[in-house]
Design a protein around this ligand. Structure first.
Ligand code: ZN
Ligand code: ZN
Length: 403
């Protein structure tokens, strides 16, 4: 790729048209800010989805709507034969009150794009426009996947896959704008990049009674408290110390008053890890400790264990492609990421076809300093240009290699 700002024409041997990408940037920012003002929660992305479908149609891109919910699929057919490359963006926001004071802050009370999915959507639309305008030189097909509901299990990826969004796709790429990384840096990892996530809900059933006569009761609060401590041993005593894992009890609820022994106490928590074997082991240990602890205290436990997203496993060759391609895109600094504990339903796509998920630095020490899911979350918008360039470079590299 040549860094020719403003050059309208593609030269012999040149791949990405950087000038065109720069021309698309103001519209990218405008769309991102529009979506930021009008965020929609997971599984309710009706307006966002309709807006994207309309824009794709205006660009002359073949569009399918309501793909596995509010999913939108755009297909761009190149002038040359080749493979099918899918690129994915998620579209949903979070139930958070926006505390920013900028003019593009959320106008929807209690709902906010606090993870950057507005930026992903705007980026992918610009990438679509880029390929629509250069389609004579394009090999094969570019498939744009605008996915609903990444933030809430079971997520939108599985339903889009079930609806055929991946049919005929040879490879898939996706990005996450990432404020913990400075703008200008991108990162990924071969193998496990992001954790699997499971949730569990436990109800400890005892026998209630008078706070002054505990011997006539089975105290569910005491049994549940013992279980919280027992569960701390799962990672520390059962999981290989070189294999990262987390078991968190996030909530405990029981009882109504200081002088009543509660007959029931509820616990809920989350499990994060990277290996499927570890995931199964943790689930088995939670069951065993819950049943054993309940029995030891004369209580009964009901466990509702809900598997969530699997670990996101990048393909080795596609990770290598990322390391080769990224420095060619605006001179981005590409680095090996450590595994990270948040989960991503992009994991389901790379279970089906080869691909790579990449983190694009969006932090800048000014407005974009807050972590994801924070009420003041913001991105450095320049990161969208980097993300678009990276997605285009990955698609072009794959298509050229498999021409
Ligand atoms: Zn998120
Ligand atoms: Zn996210």
């Amino acid at each position: 790729m040549k860094q020719q700002k403003g050059s309208g024409k593609k030269e012999e041997g040149e791949t990405m048209e950087v000038g065109l990408l720069h021309e698309l940037f103001p519209a990218m920012v405008e769309l991102r800010r529009h979506l930021h003002r009008h965020p929609e929660l997971s599984f309710r992305e009706e307006e966002t989805s309709a807006h994207i479908a309309e824009r794709l149609q205006e660009l002359g891109i073949e569009v399918s709507v309501n793909v596995g919910g509010y999913g939108v699929v755009g297909k761009i057919y190149g002038g040359l034969p080749g493979k099918t490359v899918a690129l994915r963006a998620d579209m949903d926001a979070l139930p958070i009150q926006d505390e920013k004071t900028c003019d593009y802050a959320s106008e929807q009370p209690g709902v906010m794009h606090a993870c950057g999915h507005d930026g992903h959507t705007a980026t992918l639309l610009a990438v679509g426009e880029y390929f629509a305008k250069t389609r004579e030189q394009l090999r094969g097909e570019i498939r744009l996947l605008f996915q609903p509901a990444e933030e809430v299990c079971p997520g939108g990826a599985t339903s889009m896959i079930a609806a055929g969004a991946l049919d005929g796709v040879d490879v898939i790429y996706g990005v996450h704008l990432w404020t913990p990384l400075p703008v200008g840096t991108v990162a990924s990892r071969p193998g496990a990049l992001m954790a699997s996530t499971d949730e569990f809900f436990i109800e400890m059933q005892g026998q209630g009674g008078h706070g002054g006569m505990p011997h006539k009761t089975v105290d569910s609060v005491v049994a549940a408290s013992a279980l919280v401590l027992q569960l701390q041993s799962v990672v520390s005593r059962s999981v290989d110390p070189l294999d990262p894992a987390v078991v968190t009890i996030g909530a405990i609820q029981g009882g109504t008053a200081q002088n009543i022994i509660a007959d029931r106490c509820k616990l809920s928590g989350t499990v994060r890890c990277f290996e499927e074997g570890t995931r199964a082991l943790i689930r088995q240990r939670i069951h065993a400790l819950t049943e054993g602890t309940a029995q030891a205290y004369g209580a009964e436990a009901i466990i509702n264990y809900m598997p969530g997203y699997p670990s996101l496993i990048n393909h080795e060759r596609e990770y290598e492609r990322f390391m080769e391609a990224a420095p060619e895109v605006f001179g981005l600094h590409a680095e090996l990421s450590t595994p990270i504990m948040p989960a991503e339903d992009f994991a389901y796509y790379v279970q089906k076809v080869p691909g790579c998920f990449m983190l694009v630095g969006a932090g800048n020490g000014q407005n974009a300093v807050y972590p994801h899911h924070h009420p003041k979350f913001d991105i450095d918008e320049q990161a969208m240009l980097h993300a678009a360039g990276l997605l285009i470079a990955m698609a072009e590299s794959y298509s050229a290699e498999h021409a």
